[in-house]
Design a protein around this ligand. Structure first.
Ligand SMILES: [Ca+2]
Length: 368
């Protein structure tokens, strides 16, 4: 009886392992769908090394696919003044599910060659931070037999400020790019495999987490489940805070703290003062909210070497850096920067008074 039950459970799963039979990959080039232009369609065996982007702000990385796939690329016109670039990787062996990937940061690039912090999805090869068309998710999804689609969020480039001058492009970046790719992913899967997907999922982190939550609130039928990691839902505060942090330790002022000093003297001093609060000196501050450290200990003495200590102005800037970011009425815009997180690769910009993401977003808004 137990064997029979197990067999009955397994049987429908086996039936869902679908090989492509609806269309040849290259035939998708001649596909006619409203507002969709297919510019590339070719079958790739696993292990092909290709350049993922030509945009100079995208670091022109290369990427290698892990599965045998039909790789499709093109654009979706989302309005008379906006469009979304997309890619879809349709694995040779499909389990009947579609996965849509979101963007990160300001979107627009395929990926950035930093070690990943904001993604748990890529576990079968070294992971990468993704900012635009989500190649790691395309690869991860197709590796696990999802037909996987991702888009550029409606604009190219890591810090593409001009895109934010176009209202329709802002809508794309906000949620529409994910919505149209989710719909297109279902259509392409149905055409390529000859049957409709039975489940649809979403995976995004940071800006991609925000996109996921934004889409499901507007289009609840797009997905059966979503992963919205480290969701940047409080977007304006999140973008504004680094600008304020940057002013605390602004570049080319007496408060500026050169980047090398953060890991060489500031983090060690924070660990010295706070590591043991959690009961174990192990290089980990288990609860940074309990750490109220005093930067005065880093103040240079008379005649001391400023590569191993800070001036009074630098210490004053540093104290503000670790306080909550407050608005004009004293309201908290963003909670305090957590001591011990100085090593996060995304944070050198505000620490050094340089905030390219904030500048990219704010400058066009100010122009408007
Ligand atoms: Ca500890």
């Amino acid at each position: 009886m137990l064997l029979q039950s197990s067999f009955l459970l397994v049987l429908p799963l086996l039936a869902l392992h679908v090989a492509a039979k609806g269309a040849d990959c290259t035939s998708l080039l001649s596909l006619s769908l409203p507002n969709v232009i297919i510019t590339y369609a070719a079958h790739l065996t696993a292990g092909i090394n290709f350049t993922a982007s030509a945009d100079p702000t995208c670091f022109q990385p290369t990427y290698v696919n892990s599965a045998d796939i039909c790789r499709v690329a093109g654009t979706v016109n989302t309005s008379s003044t906006s469009s979304v670039s997309f890619e879809m990787w349709l694995p040779d062996t499909w389990y009947g599910r579609v996965l849509t990937g979101g963007n990160g940061g300001l979107g627009g690039c395929e990926l950035l060659s930093f070690p990943i912090r904001c993604s748990v999805e890529v576990d079968h090869k070294p992971a990468l931070l993704l900012l635009g068309i989500n190649y790691p998710t395309l690869d991860q999804g197709s590796f696990y037999h999802f037909a996987t689609i991702a888009a550029n969020g409606g604009h190219d480039g890591s810090f593409n400020g001009p895109a934010f001058l176009v209202p329709e492009s802002l809508i794309d970046f906000s949620y529409r790019a994910v919505h149209v790719t989710a719909e297109l992913g279902k259509k392409l899967s149905t055409i390529y495999y000859g049957c409709a997907p039975h489940h649809s999922y979403y995976n995004g982190c940071s800006a991609g987490g925000r996109q996921g939550l934004s889409v499901v609130s507007r289009y609840p039928d797009d997905f059966d489940g979503i992963i919205a990691g480290s969701s940047a839902v409080n977007w304006h505060h999140l973008i504004g805070a680094p600008a304020i942090w940057g002013s605390y330790v602004a570049a080319n002022t007496s408060r500026e703290i050169p980047l090398p000093l953060w890991p060489s003297i500031i983090t060690p001093e924070i660990l010295k003062q706070c590591d043991g609060i959690d009961g174990k000196v192990d290089g980990i501050i288990a609860d940074p909210t309990l750490c109220s450290w005093n930067p005065d200990t880093l103040l240079c003495g008379p005649g001391s070497n400023q590569t191993s200590c800070l001036t009074k102005d630098q210490v004053d800037g540093l104290k503000k850096f670790y306080q909550p970011t407050l608005g004009s009425k004293g309201d908290i815009i963003v909670p305090a920067f957590e001591p011990g997180a100085e090593g996060d690769f995304t944070l050198p910009f505000p620490m050094n008074g340089v905030t390219p993401i904030t500048v990219a977003v704010r400058r066009p808004n100010l122009i408007n």
